[in-house]
Design a protein around this ligand. Sequence first.
Ligand code: UD1
Length: 374
Amino acid sequence: MKVINVVGARPNFMKIAPIHNLMLKSDKITPVLVHTGQHYDEKMSKVFFEDLRMPMPDIYLNVGSGSHAVQTAKIMVEFEKVILEEKPDMVLVVGDVNSTVACTLVVVKMGVKCVHVEAGLRSFDRRMPEEINRLMTDVVSDYLFVSEESGLVNLKNEGIADDKVFHVGNVMIDSLVNHCASADESDILKKLDVEKEGFCLVTLHRPSNVDALEGVMELVETLIEISKKTKVVFPIHPRTLQNFSTFGILSGFSNSPNIILTEPLGYLDFIKLMKECKFLLTDSGGIQEETTFLGKPCLTLRENTERPSTVTEGTNILIKSLNKVNILKHTDDIILGRTKKGTIPKLWDGKAAFRIVEILENLYNMNLNRENCG
Ligand code: UD1
């Protein structure tokens, strides 16, 4: 059975790697790796193939950046050609980025089976482009692999048939488990001149946090305040860097020696920083899950989360009101040792990809039997 695995943006790589690498060992599945090129910078893409020990893509679509419509449309046009040429039995997409929904729409209309990994997550906030991508992808996919129990409930409520849905666990945690030991070898702490538990790690890239000057100013002032109490390591996403430089606020950091700005980091360096920091401030999706697995305090600068188990079970706290006073209240708690303890959600055990590949192999056998009987 030929399966095309799709990657496009940074958070896709660590989700596809464990699946693709297992498929390469399967005698029933021939995987083909397609990279849409949604993320193209070396630091947002290539470094992850090396760190995750994943083969380079078999096919690269090179679509690049653009408005949502332009980016989604370009991916669709290019991906349709791939499907016509490769004639896969199945296409597997992960997560909620524009590449996910674009490739899904192409394949379901061409009658090819589509598998969505990390299905069922919902923020119930349709202002987020990712929420639209999640809804669209799930409603038309043939098989839905779910990472946490809320996903099962959401899909049921949306009327998705039970026999399409499989609770397999979290492939992002598979990658974390697989690469924790290699991450320990990273010398990033030395490079950045920070010590274990002696810094806060920050990532920000959501349009809702970094696209408007007023909100950005409040966040920057907050980071400067935090840096008076502990070092702040801030790997800057390209979107955030662009906006900071347009707003002319990058120089604002130069008087704050405790704020360490870096380029986006590789996977192993970033895991090392997550493991060794005192706490994280983020608006990312996946980092909420990784910190829950690592038992690390995580303050998420968002009104909502599509990953509620990280709050109900894990170490994640949603900071809904993004004013300086409120954020500082939460960071002070952590600095003073008042941290939230958590547990690890069900099936976040490093074996999700194994379950996925096993289910796909069984589906393939069932289809083969059906064809032979017919
Ligand atoms: C995308 C995903 C988001 C994910 C994030 C992780 C969607 C809708 N959003 O957001 O869910 O959390 O990736 O990073 O798919 N850029 C570069 N180099 C790159 C990639 C992007 O400079 O390699 C710049 C471009 O100017 C682009 C901007 O960053 O316009 C934003 O990139 P884009 O892929 O549109 O969305 P992200 O904000 O990265």
